[in-house]
Design a protein around this ligand. Structure first.
Ligand code: 1HN
Length: 373
């Protein structure tokens, strides 16, 4: 109060207002006009931050866990989860996505269970492990993608004499935010595995397993009936696309061969090939992504911060962060993202920027049919 201001006498209205606030608080009501936290931000403000985990660090710690920690009922899985430092100690890579490294030692079985969060595995190293998904024994090899969709029984079993490492991606934080997590252990440690293995591959129709460019999903609860995408097929499709387009970067999305939709209702999986010397312009997209470097090296600038990466590194690009990639020697990057949900709900947006961060293209549901991405 300044000197020339005389204090105003407290009025009856002041008293009524004060008691309004007291009474609102007493019954757990918040008047919108007093909420100081930004609710409607001009653009998304994810709590997760751009972050990278080094392969060297991940594998060294996974190998120590292999020696020291058994895999058995109770613990269920030997998994080191990527904890984004922006998420206050939660074991999540991003607000909607779980990312982790999982390891299984020779002869071990990670017990069978099922849960409503859906999962994917991208194989990093080793051989001789199979994941049995609702009775279908899916053999796993480096570079393969294996699906364990929501509520499908799954266990991992090793017949190998060495350890095996893979990346786990789950929609767990999204399903938790929807208050829809259910979990159930299988009555036995393992499901009976059917012969021959890889039934979903043998039964899959001739439809394309990959799509490049925009996937125009409709809202669907279905997952892909094909549970295994082999690296040899992915590699061949990337080579074909790269030769055809001559572009510095080609991206494909793994899809349901029957419908062309993303592999899971909640998560999409992609593979991105950078030709040697590739440099992309910055892009912003709604939706969180986790990348796993499969091959090669390079760097990404995410909201102004440079992250150098090489094979086995994992990094997070939060929703709406501007990201640009550079690769000298060429590289293949695997990714998971929550875009199917954003697409289905009309929330998918994309901005392309030029080198000076000026907007050069806008992609929203409204111009879905007129803008190519
Ligand atoms: C899970 O079931 C697996 O089956 C891996 O391998 C990671 C993280 C959270 C909850 C369930 C698996 C998981 C998980």
């Amino acid at each position: 109060m300044t000197l020339d201001e005389t204090p105003r006498a407290r009025t009856d209205e002041d008293d009524q207002l004060a008691s309004l606030y007291t009474d609102l608080a007493a019954v757990d009501l918040y008047p919108l006009w007093t909420i100081t936290r930004d609710l409607l931000t001009p653009t998304p403000r994810p709590r997760s931050v751009p972050w990278l985990w080094r392969a060297r660090v991940l594998t060294e710690l996974a190998e120590r866990a292999l020696r020291l920690v058994p895999v058995e009922r109770g613990g269920e899985r030997r998994v080191l989860s990527l904890g984004n430092p922006g998420l206050a100690g939660q074991p999540y890579a991003a607000g909607t996505l779980w990312g982790a490294i999982q390891c299984l030692g020779p002869g071990e079985t990670a017990p069978a269970h099922r849960h409503t969060p859906g999962a994917i595995r991208f194989i990093l190293s080793g051989d001789g492990v199979a994941t049995t998904v609702d009775g279908d024994v899916c053999d796993m090899h480096p570079g393969d993608l294996i699906l364990t969709p929501s509520w499908n029984w799954h266990d991992h079993s090793s017949t190998s004499d060495g350890p095996m490492l893979w990346f786990d991606g789950l929609d767990l934080p999204m399903i938790e935010a929807l208050d829809a997590v259910f979990f159930e252990p299988y009555p036995d440690v393992r499901q009976p595995g059917a012969e021959p293995h890889n039934r979903s591959e043998a039964e899959a129709g001739p439809g394309p397993r990959f799509v490049s460019g925009a996937v125009r999903d409709v809202l669907t609860a279905e997952h892909s009936p094909l549970l295994v995408y082999r690296w040899s097929d992915t590699d061949r499709e990337l080579s074909r696309l790269a030769a055809e387009s001559g572009a510095p970067l080609v991206s494909l999305e793994y899809v349901n061969p029957e419908t062309g939709a993303s592999v899971l209702p909640t998560m999409s999986c992609g593979m991105h090939r950078f030709v040697p010397g590739a440099k992309t312009l910055p892009v912003r997209r709604t939706g969180n992504s986790v990348f796993v470097v499969h091959r090669g090296s390079g760097w990404s600038v995410i909201d102004g911060q440079r992250f150098d990466w090489s094979a086995g590194d994992m990094f997070v690009v939060p929703s709406w962060a501007a990201v640009e990639h550079t690769s000298g020697e060429g590289a293949d990057l695997f990714s998971i993202s929550d875009t199917p949900v954003l697409r289905a709900l009309g929330l998918h947006r994309e901005l392309t920027l030029d080198a000076a961060q000026q907007v050069t293209g806008v992609f929203t549901p409204a111009n879905l049919d007129t803008v190519s991405v």
